[in-house]
Ligand binder design. Structure first.
Ligand code: SF4
Length: 59
């Protein structure tokens, strides 16, 4: 199953810390989904994001 990850870049590092498969990395002070294909749809990043910047949808 594939997941579509939509992220509006933020400077918060919560998603970087919480993702179990290291989808996000910080680049130039913003979190970036560099390994989006590894996403398993757990929505942990959605739950910790205070800016509601991440949306996970089934592809
Ligand atoms: S849904 Fe889970 S696996 Fe996918 S990016 Fe967020 S924390 Fe990582």
């Amino acid at each position: 199953m594939k997941w579509l990850l939509i992220q509006l870049l933020t400077s918060c590092e919560e998603c970087v810390d919480v993702c179990p498969v290291e989808v996000f990395e910080m680049e130039d002070g913003k979190s970036v989904p560099v390994n989006a294909e590894e996403c398993m749809g757990c929505e942990s990043c959605v739950e910790v994001c205070e800016e509601n910047a991440i949306v996970i949808e089934e592809d």
